[in-house]
Design a protein around this ligand. Structure first.
Ligand code: ZN
Length: 472
């Protein structure tokens, strides 16, 4: 799912630090050929002649829009003067337009930007709903909103609150940083472990959350984390014992990196009010980045989400942990996949095999060789080469140095495999003596280690095939 960063925020807010709204992209479903009766709504200031001139400019802009959309049947330009009166009741042009909508003269209202339509969130939504009920749609050019698309009120309310904020900062004449306000009910604070109302971090709880993320990165399962927490007498969010669901809920909660995702679910059917989870295909999700202080880093959070996916996202699916797509078959150069082994080759267990049927090896053999390669890296020579490395390679080398300093790596984990290893290849080992594993590091070196294995990967593949056939 491609995400776009919304570039249509009010300009005052562009210099607000770091804060961004990401809106997932939704495919339009408009029939662009059917004729539509279109009204244009414009607002101009009357302070000076220059602004009157801007009304002429807006009329010219309308002509441009009409040219671009041959299906638009021009109804009228409705206009109001002044920006001080933000409410509709002070805008005769607006009210006239609404009356014409009610009289059935208009199918669509085209407005340059939402801030010209209304600077009041609640009012904006009231008119949107009322017009929707009588089949009138809205286009806001600057925000790229077209309510003929699958469109929800939440989307509009977010933009409207931007417009309201813009209005507020104009009237206060301050350069206030952008603050998302969920005036439309989304703002209701709900209990969240690690924070108190207003997203104030509770440090002891934050420490527990960080521990949960660290353990998961080190391949602790949710069950094992539960055992750890309960074993250490750490009270759960509900002040009792921990459960796997609580731990998994924490691991995937983006609020811990300071972000907020809105519209995770939506009402699919307005008659039954059935809520369904938003998979991003019908309505967009809204992500507000850096909304509040984070407890875990984006880097760690993303790593944990990747690990969850490699474990099948907690659902059925292949477990590709910890090598993901890094292992390459020496015979056909395809990626190896993780799979359960039939009994016989070496008993039950996890292995990595190739679809070509020539390669199969125990996970444990690979992990031992890779860990050995990692531990025998010559750090002095790598640090010495650092200044000569190209940026991408240097970043990987710096990551390695940081890791070596930070912790005692004693197992193969995705959190270091992913940033450090480019690929893992094998010798075409016909005989056991040739069974080699080569780690191609992202900082440009290659380590070669012997595989400690009783039979060759090819022999294991043969054995497994025979066993598989025997089962049928
Ligand atoms: Zn193969």
């Amino acid at each position: 799912m491609a995400n776009i960063i919304n570039s249509s925020m009010p300009s005052e807010h562009r210099d607000a630090p770091k804060k961004k709204v990401i809106i997932s992209e939704i495919k339009p479903i408009i029939d662009s050929t059917a004729p539509v009766r279109v009204a244009f709504y414009v607002r101009v200031s009357t302070d000076s002649e220059e602004q009157m001139n801007s009304f002429e400019n807006q009329k010219a802009a309308v002509q441009v829009v009409l040219k671009q959309h041959p299906e638009f049947q021009f109804v009228k330009i409705y206009s109001d003067a002044g920006i001080s009166g933000t409410l509709a009741e002070k805008r005769p042009g607006f009210l006239e337009m609404i009356a014409d909508c009610e009289a059935g003269k208009i199918d669509l209202i085209y407005t340059k930007s939402l801030s010209r339509w209304s600077r009041n969130t609640l009012e904006c939504l009231q008119y949107y709903r009322a017009l929707k009920d009588i089949g009138v749609n809205l286009i806001f050019e600057k925000e790229n909103i077209d309510t003929r698309n699958t469109f929800t009120e939440m989307a509009l309310s977010i933009y409207a609150s931007f417009a309201q904020e813009e209005s507020r900062s104009i009237s206060e004449n301050t350069k206030m940083g952008l603050r998302m306000r969920y005036e439309m009910g989304q703002d209701t604070w709900s209990e969240l472990y690690g924070y108190r109302k207003g997203y104030v971090i509770v440090e002891p709880e934050a420490a527990v959350i960080r521990k949960i993320f660290d353990l998961y990165e080190h391949n602790y399962s949710a069950k094992e984390i539960v055992k750890y927490l309960n074993g250490n007498g750490i009270p759960s969010p509900k002040n009792s014992t921990w459960q796997s669901t609580t731990v998994l809920g924490i691991l995937r909660n983006e609020k811990y990196v300071g972000d907020i995702i809105m519209q995770k679910s939506y009402v699919a059917d307005h008659l039954t009010h059935r809520q369904i989870n938003n998979d991003g295909t019908r309505v967009p999700t809204y992500t507000v980045l850096d909304h509040h202080k984070s407890i875990v880093s984006h880097e760690q959070f993303d790593m944990v989400q990747a690990i969850r996916m490699l474990h099948g996202g907690g659902k059925n699916g292949y477990d590709q942990y910890p090598f993901s797509d890094k292992l390459i078959c020496p015979y056909c150069k395809k990626r190896l996949t993780q799979r359960n082994i039939h009994g016989g080759a070496w008993g039950q267990g996890q292995g990595w095999g190739c679809a070509c049927g020539k390669f199969l090896l125990k996970s444990q053999s690979i992990e031992e060789a890779v860990l050995d390669a990692f531990l025998s890296l010559d750090m002095e020579s790598i640090e010495g080469r650092l200044p000569k490395l190209k940026p991408a390679r240097r970043a990987a080398a710096e990551k390695l140095i940081e890791l070596k300093k930070k912790e005692n790596v004693d197992a193969v984990h995705y959190f270091w495999v992913e940033p450090l290893i480019d690929s893992i290849e094998f010798g075409e080992c016909g005989v056991k003596e040739d069974c080699l594993l080569m780690v191609r590091w992202k900082f440009g070196m290659t380590s070669t280690r012997p595989l400690k294995t009783r039979k060759t990967p090819r022999q294991y593949a043969e054995l497994d095939k025979r066993k598989g056939r025997g089962k049928k």
